[in-house]
Write a new protein. Structure first.
Length: 279
């Protein structure tokens, strides 16, 4: 008889063997799957790591300079970015000299001390900054205006008619030209004659005026020594009296009147050197 125990043992062994074979097959299958997965990942990495083919460059059209726009005659053109800026200009109708003449008139109307830069700007129709483009300050305006008057008078003393010839002829020439300068530069001479000496600029201008008077007094003295002018007159006083009459023109003379500067000069010379009485 077959031993049932042995048969059971044999069946159990067979069962264990079958189980082991199954496990071995599963393991093999898993290993195969793992190998396939690894192969796939390796292939993917290889594809990612491989350099991409260079992009085909796009064709670029060559740059063509745009034709310059035609400029209308008289049209303004924009300056180049690197070019130097053009000099600043004031409002049309008021260059430096024009602004200076208006300033001198305003000083004469209101007095230098009472005139503000705002008043000057209002009269000119400009901003104060536009005035400062030409003149650094109100005092600079005053200095320039006084130089117009004094420069004209000082120039007369250096002209040939004042430096050559007989003393009386030179004196006559200086008085005539002084009248002409006053008429030609009426606002500036008016300002000079109304100075009070309150500022350094005014005091300097008054000193220049005294030097002019001294030069004329020297001519009077020379004419006295030459016998052409009466000797009983003090040259300095005679000069003051003559120019007192000349300077009075600023109070009443109007350029729009019937008499020219030359006509006024003839009248002054007639009174100074011939007097009122008939001879």
């Amino acid at each position: 008889m077959t031993d049932p125990t042995a048969t059971a043992t044999t069946d159990t062994a067979a069962t264990d063997t079958a189980t082991a074979d199954t496990a071995t097959a599963d393991t093999a299958t898993a290993d195969t799957a793992t190998t396939e997965t690894a192969t796939t990942e390796t292939a993917t990495a290889a594809v990612s790591a491989s350099p991409s083919p260079p992009a085909t460059p796009k064709a670029v059209a060559p740059a063509v300079d745009a034709p310059a726009a035609a400029t209308e005659p008289g049209a303004a053109t924009e300056p180049n970015a690197g070019s130097a800026p053009e000099p600043r200009r004031g409002r049309p109708g008021y260059d430096r000299r024009g602004a200076l003449e208006v300033a001198a008139r305003v000083f004469n109307e209101h007095g230098y001390d009472a005139t503000s830069m705002g008043m000057l700007a209002a009269r000119l129709g400009l901003s104060k900054s536009a005035i400062y483009h030409h003149f650094a300050s109100k005092e600079h305006l005053l200095e320039a205006a006084l130089d117009e008057a004094l420069g004209g008078l000082e120039q007369v003393l250096g002209e040939p008619g004042a430096t050559a010839g007989a003393p009386l002829d030179r004196l006559t020439y200086v008085v005539r030209r002084a009248v002409e300068v006053l008429v030609e530069r009426l606002p500036y001479v008016t300002l000079l004659l109304r100075l009070r000496g309150n500022t350094a600029v005014e005091r300097h201008a008054l000193a220049r005026r005294r030097r002019f008077d001294d030069a004329v007094s020297s001519l009077v003295r020379e004419a006295q020594e030459d016998g052409a002018v009466r000797p009983d007159l003090d040259p300095a006083i005679a000069t003051r009296l003559v120019f007192g009459m000349v300077n009075s023109l600023v109070e009443w003379y109007r350029p729009t009147g019937p008499e020219s500067a030359s006509d006024i000069a003839d009248d002054v010379l007639a009174l100074v050197f011939d007097g009122l009485s008939r001879r």
